[in-house]
Design a protein around this ligand. Structure first.
Ligand code: R2B
Ligand code: URA
Length: 313
């Protein structure tokens, strides 16, 4: 038997799959203290293993209100003790992100766009590493624009792709471009699709997700303050995206997928499509419809978590 396999096997079968969170930075070991500035947490002033060591599921999403609502929702779903209305924001010392811990679930906001989620992910991955968490799955629960989908359809991302529909994320480091792969966990995606068919509550598909650096021109919208292309150009780009398997557009999936992958974290992206971009650019659905749409990824991930915890069969 190969030595690597022997190293993985323990007396407990679960030992076999226990995956630590890996940071890929040798300098971290040399630091006496690590200040997670945007979370208002530090390795010196907080006992991170005691506070977070049991975390198994991390759910992230753009809006702080939505991630608070998710924390309260999952609290009820998991039938935990205490009042969900009284959950404390662990990051209350900063207004950059919010963070709620509900049993083994962490719910965090990440703001809009790659730079905002990227800062959050650096500190989250270090947090999980310092806390010695194992076997953690990360989910991004979000909104998106659908391509050829009925509004309200939930898209589970197969591959997060860039503007040229390639599954990669380009990061400028010291003036040079580093390209990182954006593959997500196929098993988790399929398990989520299975959860959706069990729930029978809303349409769900697996497809590629286009990640852009802008909501307006960057997503081919004709309704921004600037527009440098025609209606026909827009439709041609959306058609090309559709031909490349893209089913929705949002603004964080590539860096999310790339960073999780490098650090040995299983990850999935689940976004509801608020509109069909072939039909228009403005989000015209009434507020109550949009609120219900945004609950769909939460309902799906909650079912997944409950199944994993053995709370539903
Ligand atoms: C989806 O929705 C936001 C823009 O409205 C952005 O954060 C995203 O990815
Ligand atoms: N979020 C996006 O990034 N694009 C949309 O069209 C809708 C939500």
């Amino acid at each position: 038997m190969a030595p690597i396999l022997l190293n993985c096997l323990g007396s407990d079968h679960n030992e076999y799959i226990k995956q630590p969170v890996q940071v890929k930075n040798p300098y971290l070991d040399t630091m006496e203290e690590d200040i997670l500035y945007h979370f208002s947490l530090s390795t010196k002033t907080h006992d991170l293993p005691q506070m977070f060591g049991d975390i198994k599921f991390v759910c992230v999403g753009g809006s702080s209100n939505r991630m608070k609502a998710f924390a309260q929702f999952i609290h009820k779903e998991l039938k935990l003790s205490g009042n969900p209305e009284e959950l404390r924001d662990i990051c209350e010392g900063t207004d950059r992100y919010c963070m709620y811990k509900v049993g083994q679930v962490l719910s965090i906001s990440h703001g809009m766009g790659v730079p905002s989620i990227s800062i959050m992910l650096h500190e989250l991955i270090k947090l999980l590493h310092h806390a010695q968490c194992r076997d953690v799955i990360l989910f991004r629960l979000g909104t998106s624009g659908g391509i050829g989908l009925v509004p309200g359809t939930v898209v589970i991302t197969e591959k997060a792709v860039d503007y040229s529909f390639k599954p990669q994320f380009e990061q400028v480091v010291l003036g040079k471009v580093i390209t990182r792969s954006t593959e997500l966990d196929e098993g988790v995606a399929n398990e989520l699709l299975q959860c959706s068919s069990e729930l029978e509550k809303f349409p769900t598909v697996i497809g590629n997700t286009l990640c852009t650096d802008d909501f307006y021109e960057g997503q081919g919208r004709l309704d921004g303050a600037l527009c440098s292309f025609s209606h026909e150009d827009k439709l041609e780009y959306l058609r090309k995206a559709h031909d490349a398997g893209v089913r929705n557009i949002e603004m964080e999936s590539t860096v999310f997928a790339a960073m999780c992958r490098i650090c040995g974290l299983k990850a999935a992206v689940i976004c509801v499509a608020l509109l069909n971009r072939f039909d228009g650019d403005q989000i015209t659905s009434p507020h109550d419809v949009l609120v219900e749409f945004q609950e769909r990824p939460q309902v799906l991930v909650s079912h997944f978590i409950k199944k994993r915890l053995g709370l539903v069969v």
